[in-house]
Ligand binder design. Structure first.
Ligand SMILES: [Fe+2]
Ligand SMILES: [Fe+2]
Length: 276
């Protein structure tokens, strides 16, 4: 199995690509071109154009959750494709989502109406269960909390029955690819915790070996204790490649880099990696 990735957008950039707070990774594997997330705005479509990537060649989009920084690029991408495309997501991506930090309440949900996106060719496939895209590529569906030390970010909320409640991220969805070296896991924001997600994929696929983890880890707000436990678990699993992005944050990224050395890489806008 060959897996190539190109990061369409991320918080940081290489060369002359644009960066923005968000994430979008194009994954080529198993004869499919899958776009995991779309970033916050126009940079994913802009960077694709800059890199000579024809967005019409993307077979499928997977949305990791309903935050603006993973879905806000959808409109530009769909408009440039001008064609129908399947989009896999959890049904609760449409919940109104907010962040409250330092008494500042901000809407951070999907910045479009569903009908608007469908008018541009979006064909949504909603599932809270794993969806097998090929016989080797699967989405996580809803991820159970099992580790005990991975909590959702307390500053993030959603509207439920007209009340503002802490977001428990039912919609948090990731992607894994089965290979002969183990699983290649791709994360959006990992709001339910990267180890919970990894363990869930081990269960879904029956493969305990984790070859790589790429994407947003949401360790930006993790305690030292959680970071230590996450690192211990990743070492125990024997991960071979760790490419972090977005909501990992500088401190956790620096720590992971020193712990995982040559296995570690920063995954920025314009980064290309041959994972295997
Ligand atoms: Fe998020
Ligand atoms: Fe995010």
């Amino acid at each position: 199995m060959n897996i190539n990735i190109f990061t369409l957008t991320e918080n940081t950039a290489t060369r002359n690509f644009l960066a923005e707070w968000g994430l979008s990774i194009l994954i080529e594997a198993d004869n499919k071109r899958i776009l995991l997330d779309t970033g916050a705005g126009f940079s994913a479509a802009y960077n694709a154009h800059l890199a000579g990537i024809d967005l019409r060649t993307i077979d499928l989009i997977v949305l990791s959750h309903g935050h603006f920084d993973h879905t806000g690029g959808l409109k530009d991408i769909l408009a440039r494709r001008n064609d129908a495309i399947d989009i896999i997501a959890h049904p609760s991506i449409w919940e109104a989502k907010y962040s409250i930090r330092e008494n500042n309440k901000r809407y951070i949900g999907i910045p479009f109406m569903r009908e608007q996106l469908e008018g541009l060719g979006a064909h949504f496939i909603f599932s809270d269960k794993p969806v097998w895209i090929t016989e080797n590529i699967v989405t996580s569906g809803e991820v159970p909390f099992v580790t005990g030390y991975e909590e959702t970010d307390r500053a993030l909320y959603k509207i439920e029955n007209k009340n503002l409640v802490q977001d428990n991220f039912q919609d948090d969805l990731s992607l894994a690819i089965k290979t002969d070296k183990g699983l290649a896991v791709f994360l959006g924001c990992a709001h339910r915790g990267m180890i919970n997600i990894i363990m869930h994929f081990q269960k879904i696929t029956g493969d305990k070996r984790i070859y790589s983890v790429v994407g947003g880890t949401h360790l930006i707000s993790a305690s030292q204790e959680r970071l230590n436990k996450t690192i211990d678990e990743l070492k125990k699993i024997g991960i071979k490649k760790l490419g972090v992005s977005h909501c990992t944050g500088f401190e956790a990224s620096a720590r992971l880099s020193s712990e995982f050395k040559d296995s570690f890489f920063l995954n920025s806008s314009g980064s290309t990696h041959k994972l295997m």
